[in-house]
Design a protein around this ligand. Structure first.
Ligand code: CA
Length: 236
């Protein structure tokens, strides 16, 4: 028998919660909902779902505390639902361990796409060996992690050491938004301080090398005020 994927929606606005639940049920997910942080945490621990959709603005609790508490014991995908203006909150949620965020108001297809991506990533965690050894591929771009080789339409792209580190980290986390801080940490270490400007300069150079039109990137997107997202890996 086919087990349905279970999704927990933690959202205090009843109309949004109903809209999400209906959409997901029609698309064959099993949905449970919680209207407060306390109910949400209880639901997460008593019957861990396959994925959580979490509103950050809950009446009784900061959504980030739910993420942190859950990350103490679980890597289940958590997608944050946030209002457009709360960029700082998005960053905080991602750094707390959220997998992605979706901004209100959002459409059905966007919601479903984000869920599919997050679920794919959670499966990848289980087979991490495989993903790190096989190259990243999307459109004309390929990143071979073993050979440390980046090619576009089969032609080698000459990246500096730092540029390669940025590209390979984004490629290994493709489809996910990576915050500026997370990326800076990864490239320059936790004590590097404020390297935002250097990161931007490197990104401009990378885009000049891999994007046909750096002003309208098709491989690495800027999530304004939050970080970067690399187009999802297309697989083998
Ligand atoms: Ca709310």
């Amino acid at each position: 028998m086919n087990q349905k994927i279970s999704i927990l929606v933690i959202e205090d606005e009843k109309s949004i919660c109903d809209f999400i639940s209906r959409t997901l049920e029609v698309n064959d997910y099993r949905v449970t909902s919680a209207f407060t942080g306390k109910e949400g945490l209880q639901a997460i621990t008593s019957a861990p779902p396959d994925l959580v959709l979490l509103d950050l603005g809950l009446p009784d609790m900061d959504g980030n505390d739910i993420i942190r508490k859950t990350r103490e014991w679980s890597s289940m995908p958590i997608i944050v639902i946030s209002a457009r203006i709360q960029e700082k909150e998005k960053v905080e949620a991602l750094d707390a361990g959220a997998d992605d965020y979706i901004t209100k108001p959002f459409g059905t297809s966007e919601l479903l796409a984000r869920i599919r991506t997050a679920l794919r990533h959670s499966n990848k965690i289980a087979t991490q060996d495989h993903i790190t050894t096989r190259p990243y591929r999307a459109k004309d771009l390929k990143v071979d992690f073993e050979k440390r080789l980046t090619t576009l339409k089969g032609e080698e792209i000459h990246l500096t050491r730092v540029e390669y580190k940025i590209v390979s980290y984004l490629a290994k986390n493709s489809g996910k938004v990576i915050t500026y801080d997370a990326l800076i940490n990864e490239i320059w270490g936790p004590y590097a301080g404020d390297n935002n400007r250097i990161l931007r300069v490197n990104m401009a150079n990378i885009r000049r090398k891999i994007e046909e039109n750096p002003g309208e990137p098709e491989y690495i997107f800027t999530e304004l005020g939050v970080g970067y997202r690399m187009i999802e890996d297309e697989g083998l």
